[in-house]
Design a binder for this molecule. Structure first.
Ligand code: GUN
Ligand code: ZN
Length: 428
């Protein structure tokens, strides 16, 4: 395949800006270039140098636009796409009123196929090249998601959502069927093309101890799989978990007791944690996932980003749609900044961009593969117009450096800022 050179401003990270000075962690080229070969990033530098070195390459010049790694959404629910922005409830009521009835419709494989395709296209139009999704209890909902992702050549993570209690008729499996179906799907999809399987107990309240134990055993048998769930999102949810698991030391212990705490575990929300839970997450090198638009929309609370990063806990960023109120990782970065401000920490645009790309990729154990413009990574790339609306343009023209030029897009931008998306080096 011919080489491709993308020209424009480029932003890539060589280190985590939370623990390396930003000027060392981030590499910015005002007249940059990215050489793409066989779907991967083969070289980076200035556009002029690359064009001189590879005169046969096809060149696409994005001008002043910013070329960045495609966004990586580390936690979302594709079955909730059609019910995003449902009004007025908190977590448990929201699940019972809006979410479970919608998820019931995924018994129909045609509906699942339609919503899976719709969700992946919405993600791409928002510059998101990787989604990490819960499916429903229906195995066909998992096939629909992975098949639609494969058709778009997208790297995705997903798994069958398991629930065997506290969910309506028609939306419960059993401990045995959850194990059997998850195993079949894992063996079918894990590491097939760009797919990664995540064993997916929804959260402790909707699984019996027997189901958590079965899924913990499955993870033990397939340790390269990821495991995704929810943790300590709302205070009344935590009280409910205490009643359901009286032996557990805390919410995290309900997972740990059944083999569901580990380095490849992804714990969504993780807002109201006890010191012991934070210690255990750090000790086992598990990942937490911040879902800021969801946490404000459902009224869950303020995630402690600075605290998690200070403890060295791997942290991804996510939309959590349809609890989250936007498909856009730009809106998600804006909410991350606002929650940081409410907690007394002003996150730098470098922190926000790193979290939305590298941070999420590291949470998913895909460092170097996705979420990066460094040599060797897959060429999943998003190009941002830093003057996509009149309001953003009039602010960014006054900027003195890239960070100042980018921040208005992070705070006010949406899908109009997405100029182009490449998946494995192919323009979408
Ligand atoms: N906790 C358990 N299930 C869900 C869900 O679908 N969305 C959110 N935000 N939290 C959950
Ligand atoms: Zn969720």
């Amino acid at each position: 395949m011919t080489d491709l050179i993308l020209r424009g401003q480029t932003l890539r990270f060589e280190a985590d800006p939370f623990n390396t000075p930003i000027e060392d962690a981030a590499v910015i080229e005002t007249h940059g270039g990215i050489l793409v070969r066989d779907g991967r990033i083969a070289q980076t530098g200035t556009g002029d140098d690359l064009c001189r070195a590879y005169p046969q390459a096809r060149v696409i010049d994005h001008g002043d636009a910013l070329i960045t790694a495609g966004f990586v959404d580390a936690h979302m629910h594709y079955p909730q796409t059609a019910m995003i922005a449902s009004w007025g409830k908190r977590l448990i009521d929201w699940l019972n009123t809006y979410t479970f009835p919608e998820e019931m419709q995924f018994a129909d494989p045609c509906y699942a196929d339609d919503i899976a395709g719709r969700t992946l296209d919405l993600a791409l139009s928002n510059g998101t090249t990787t989604l990490t999704s819960f499916c429903t209890i229906h195995p066909t909902s998992v096939d629909a998601f992975f098949e639609n992702a494969a058709a778009r050549n997208m790297a995705v993570v997903a798994g069958k959502t398991c629930m065997d209690r506290n969910a309506p008729d028609g939306l419960r499996d059993t401990a045995n069927s959850a194990y059997d179906d998850s195993k079949t799907l894992l063996e079918k999809w894990h590491r097939t093309g760009r797919a990664t399987y995540a064993i997916t107990p929804r959260f402790s309240p909707t699984s019996t101890p027997e189901q958590l134990a079965a899924l913990g055993a499955l993870w033990g048998e397939h340790p390269t799989a990821l495991m995704q769930t929810h943790l300590s999102e709302q205070t009344d949810e935590i009280e409910w978990v205490k009643g359901l698991y009286p032996q557990a030391r805390d919410y995290l212990d309900t997972y740990e007791a059944f083999g569901l705490l580990g380095e490849r575990g992804l714990y969504g929300h993780a807002i109201h944690l006890t010191p012991r839970e934070i210690d255990r997450l750090a000790e086992v090198n598990a990942a937490v996932v911040h879902c800021p638009t969801s946490n404000t929309f459902i009224g869950s609370g303020l995630f402690d980003m600075a605290g998690m990063k200070a403890r060295g806990i791997r942290t991804g960023l996510a939309t959590d749609t349809g609890g989250g109120s936007s498909f856009s990782m730009l809106r998600t970065m804006a909410a991350t900044y606002e929650i940081g401000q409410l907690r007394g920490t002003a996150l730098h645009p470098a922190h926000l961009m790193w979290l939305a790309t590298e941070g999420s990729a590291q949470a998913l154990h895909m460092k170097g593969e996705i979420g990066s413009l460094n040599v060797g990574a897959m060429a999943d790339i998003t190009v941002l117009d830093l003057a996509s609306t009149t309001a953003i343009a009039q602010r960014s023209t006054r900027a003195n450096d890239l960070w100042e030029a980018l921040f208005p897009t992070l705070m006010m931008g949406d899908d109009r800022a997405i100029t182009q998306v490449y998946v494995a080096g192919q323009a979408v």
